[in-house]
Design a protein. Sequence first.
Length: 146
Amino acid sequence: MRDSFLEAAIEEARKGLLEGGIPIGSVLVLNGKIVGRGHNRRVQKGSAILHGEMDCLENAGRLTGREYRQATIYSTLSPCDMCSGAILLYGIPRVIVGENQTFQGPEENLRARGTSLKILNDPECIQLMTDFIRQHPDLWNEDIGE
């Protein structure tokens, strides 16, 4: 059975796809509750930075350093350099990744800086991204800076 927090992140990814965006979702969990959720909205908002994790952190609002250091962030896809930087900046100690087969961010850098990563390689996360990359390669390459 799938983790309910990963399921919430996948719901966000599906929402982004239905909006015409890139299917990457994220949730921030603190004390067993979702305090922020988001999805990649670069296309929808014409944004340079609204990746799934960034949107999630924005929607969580201002938290204290102590709260960030007790949180876990879930993402349907391995966080990129920008999102990994935000995770490091706020000291989020745990990252649960839906998949890293279609894209792998700087996971070793996160680990080297003390962040715990758990890679699930969830089949639906992989399928969402595989289908999207095949159907929209130019948009995908733009999202990852290529």
